[in-house]
Structure formats: structure tokens, C-alpha cells
Design a protein around this ligand. Structure first.
Ligand SMILES: C[S@@+](CC[C@H](N)C(=O)[O-])C[C@H]1O[C@@H](n2cnc3c(N)ncnc32)[C@H](O)[C@@H]1O
Length: 330
């Protein structure tokens, strides 16, 4: 696996030692930031944006701090060349992070180019999609590596299926990402990057047809899951159908991973509990020899599955204090 640490090189060569500095006022932030050689890092055709985080400091507002840093960069460029690079707050070529803590500022360049949980395969969604990285963590916790059949009986937009596919077939997490922040850094070597990418992609394995399957009661969810899976290599081999789990004949000796509806409001929680009761019976009666890993977004729901669990792991995500629970079905 390659790990190209452009930030480290950047900090040493371009901006050090001023990247971390005392910062007791917005004026000092502006003045120090303006003295940095931004023209060595950002070219006029590079768009940039700033994400700021401020705590325990005289500067109190993150957005204001970001604005000051943006002004400093823009003013420096204007003074040097009469022009300035554009700010693109949504999809910039380069994200800069400003962190002010206890009156010390740190500025760093974000080399990923946006949050890495966005893999890029989710083009269609459903009401409560799971975050890609949470799904990836669940697959890892389950220990599944592609040796036994896998089934998600409430697949929604197919996130668990997509992450299972990527895991078993060694599809790199950034496979679909076309733009990384490090591509706009001055020492970016396109040839080296292409080689790294080629080498990683060569390790992608074909998927055994029928290894991964899923279903959902909702036709829209099934369509979304198919569309998303198709973006990944081997995704067309994942069998997805519209059907309630109550209509699945059997899932014997299968690894079952899913996240059933968890119900945010109390009426929905009661409904979610009743559905889990039914799901527990389905596992017991029709899934002999299976291992089931159920992610429940609400701890109270664990008691609704009347089965003895092997283990429970807390997984917090997106404001949910969820649990992944393993059941071994005899
Ligand atoms: C929390 S969502 C799953 C989200 C999914 N993991 C994703 O990333 O998009 C729960 C799913 O369970 C489905 N569902 C609810 N009742 C069902 C049933 N009886 N049989 C099958 N699927 C059901 C819903 O349609 C919904 O897509």
C-alpha cells in the first residue's frame, strides 16, 4: 500500500515554520497569514476554500476566522500579481484547514479533497442510508472476507453490499474519486500518481457470481441499490431483488448483515420493534447455520430480537448511538 505524505513535504518546504503560530487576535491572524508565501502553494487557476475550527481562543467565530484567512491570501495575491485565485466553497481544488485552539493557529492543506467517506458510488439514495465508512466498519467487524455467501435482506440503497464487494474484491476506497487535494500541490507528480493507481487497481479481484445478494421490500430502494452497485467493478454480479424478508425461503449457512429500520419517533420505534420480533423468528426458523450481524440504530431495540447474541459492539454514527449485534443461528 502506498502512503504519499504530501502534507509533510509541503509543510517543510513551502510554509514552515509559520504554519503554527501564536494568534491572539484576528489582526494578527490576517498579518501572519498574509506574510506566508501562498503563491508557492496555490496557483491563480486553483480554486480554494477554508474550513475553520476555533476553540478556547480570543477569536471566537470560526467563519470569521476563515474569512480573515481568505482575505489574507487574496490580498497577498492581489499585491503580488494584481489577481487572485477564486474561492469555491463547495468543490474547491484545495481545502485549507484553519484550527485555532488556545490562541494558537495551525493552517494545513487538506490533501484528500473532501471527506473520504464519500466513496462516489452513491448516486441514488433512500430515506435512511448508512454512511459508507460505518458500513465498511461493520463488514470488518463481522470478519467476512468473501469466503461464504453474503445476504442483506433489508439492503436499502445497497451500502453494506457495496462495502462488502469492495472489501472482498480489494476495490480501493478512493476508486471512483477523480479529484484529490494533493493533485493541486506544487510537488504533485502525475506519473507517480498514475502508477500508484494502476498498481492498486491491478489488485482488484473478480467477484464470484452469486456470492453477494440482497433484497428490500421497497422497489425504489432496490433500483437505488442496483444503480449504486453498478458504479463498482463487479457490481453487476450482485443479485438484488424486491421482496420482504418474510418471503425469503431460507438463508442457511449464509452471512447475513443488515440494518433494519430503527424508528426515530416512539410510534415508529414500536413498529421497528415488531418488525425485529418477526425478523428474529425468520432467522431462527429459516437461517440455520447462518451468522447474522444486525446494526440497530437504537439500543432499546436489541431486546426485540428474541435470540441469544454472541456479542454487541457500540458504533456511534450521525447522532445515532447504535449497536452491532452478532447472532449465531443453530
Ligand atoms: C435503515 S434502511 C437500510 C439502509 C441501507 N443499509 C442503506 O445503506 O441504504 C432499512 C430498510 O429496510 C427496508 N425494510 C423495511 N421493512 C422490510 C421488510 N419487511 N423486508 C425487507 N426490507 C424491509 C426498508 O425499505 C429500508 O430500505
Amino acid at each position: 500500500m502506498y502512503r504519499v505524505n504530501y502534507t509533510a513535504r509541503l509543510l517543510t518546504h513551502v510554509l514552515a515554520p509559520l504554519l503554527t503560530f501564536d494568534c491572539h487576535s484576528d489582526r494578527y491572524l490576517y498579518k501572519t497569514a498574509k506574510s506566508l508565501p501562498w503563491e508557492k502553494l496555490i496557483s491563480l487557476d486553483t480554486t480554494f476554500a477554508i474550513e475553520a475550527n476555533v476553540s478556547g481562543s480570543r477569536i471566537r467565530h470560526s467563519q470569521y476566522a476563515a474569512q480573515k484567512l481568505k482575505d489574507a491570501i487574496a490580498d497577498r495575491f492581489r499585491e503580488i500579481s494584481g489577481k487572485r485565485p477564486d474561492v469555491d466553497p463547495r468543490n474547491p481544488d484545495l481545502w485549507l484547514n484553519l484550527y485555532v485552539h488556545n490562541n494558537k493557529a495551525t493552517i494545513s492543506a487538506e490533501t484528500s479533497g473532501g471527506s473520504l467517506h464519500r466513496r462516489g458510488y452513491r448516486v441514488a439514495s433512500v430515506a435512511a442510508p448508512m454512511q459508507e465508512t460505518v458500513a465498511a466498519a461493520i463488514i470488518k467487524y463481522s470478519g467476512w472476507k468473501g469466503e461464504r455467501p453474503f445476504y442483506d435482506p433489508m439492503c436499502g440503497s445497497g451500502t453494506l453490499l457495496a462495502e462488502a464487494l469492495m472489501h472482498a474484491c480489494r476495490v480501493p476506497a478512493g476508486y471512483l474519486r477523480e479529484k484529490f487535494g494533493f493533485m493541486r500541490l506544487p510537488d504533485f507528480e502525475e506519473g507517480l500518481w498514475k502508477k500508484v493507481k494502476r498498481d492498486c487497481n491491478k489488485q482488484i479481484k473478480p467477484i464470484t457470481p452469486g456470492l453477494l445478494r440482497g433484497s428490500d421490500i421497497s422497489g425504489d430502494a432496490v433500483e437505488a441499490a442496483k444503480e449504486n452497485l453498478q458504479r463498482l467493478p463487479g457490481g453487476e454480479q450482485v443479485k438484488i431483488s424486491k421482496r420482504p424478508f418474510q418471503k425469503i425461503d431460507s438463508l442457511k449457512d449464509t452471512v447475513i448483515i443488515c440494518n433494519p429500520p430503527y424508528g426515530m419517533r416512539s410510534k415508529n420505534t414500536r413498529e421497528a420493534g415488531a418488525l425485529l420480533d418477526e425478523f428474529g423468528k425468520f432467522l431462527k426458523e429459516r437461517c440455520g447455520g447462518a451468522a447474522a450481524y444486525i446494526y440497530l440504530g437504537n439500543k432499546k431495540l436489541i431486546k426485540d430480537i428474541y435470540l441469544q447474541s454472541s456479542w454487541k459492539k457500540p458504533i456511534n454514527s450521525g447522532g445515532l448511538n447504535g449497536y452491532l449485534v452478532k447472532y449465531k443461528i443453530r
